[in-house]
Write a protein that binds this ligand. Sequence first.
Ligand SMILES: C[S@@+](CC[C@H](N)C(=O)[O-])C[C@H]1O[C@@H](n2cnc3c(N)ncnc32)[C@H](O)[C@@H]1O
Length: 296
Amino acid sequence: MSAKQLSELIGQLLGEKPSVPYLPKEFRQRIETLLQRFQSRDRLQSFYMHYSLRMTEATYQRLHQPAPGPDEQILEQFLARLQPYPEASQEFAQGSVDPASSLRRAETVHRHLQGRGRVLALGDDDATGLALSLLGDYQIQVIDIDERIIAWLAAMGLPGEVHDLRELPDSYSGAYDAVITDPPRDLELAGEFLQAALRCLAPGGLLFWADHPDWNQAALTLLERAQRQGLELLEEHSNWHCYVPHVISDATAHHFRIPPGWFHELVKYARLWSHLYVLRDTRAGGISRRRASHDE
Ligand SMILES: C[S@@+](CC[C@H](N)C(=O)[O-])C[C@H]1O[C@@H](n2cnc3c(N)ncnc32)[C@H](O)[C@@H]1O
């Protein structure tokens, strides 16, 4: 990530050659100008262009105001345990966050659960389960459709099972105080992740859901659906997780008459971001009732 390179790239689209990086406010104004300029009837191309610009803006703001945490010492422990990530599979919509983001997510879970509880990671190419295991006495279970992810986690000492979350055994129903997931960025498959989470949560349980409305056009629909089905939105942590982007198809550059090389440069310096939404299951019972039953 580099303020200078990002300023030069954004300046290039506006015919400017900034000799020093823009101030965050100046950068935001230029992104707004470009969002206005790159409008099209082709909704898909508009989406790709706007998503690239908005994620670039999020990157720039995070350069100037980094996300809080995570704890440096625990991050070192996490990095010491973390083995190289399996190559991301497009078939399973994989795209890992960086280790600091995994730990930041785990720290948010830990703040809510206060050291113990049964936690399910629905898909875990981020190793959030491993990060959480460093923070407290949690019973962590991971399921993933990709056997390479389960083998990778097992090699780091984390329990898991290979399952498609659309076909989970009954033993998962209502069994978890918290479910953590970073779902794919589309309505249909992410909807399946939501259904699985709803099924696995114990009464009063917490869902930790990573998504971003500028990245996933269905993000707000999914959040509304979650709330209609009895989840209450407790917290939203903006731009909490950082991912390395892929190059946008040259078709978007051609559509907006931008040199295709511009996007190739952009992915070297910009990042993708997702928010972390924390939701509580209000369908029946409450967390205090479950805690009481743990204490018995
Ligand atoms: C969906 S991916 C993360 C995607 C990331 N947020 C993105 O859009 O780039 C998270 C994990 O879910 C797993 N996964 C994908 N589809 C699944 C399914 N049907 N059942 C279980 N796990 C699945 C992947 O293997 C991966 O480890």
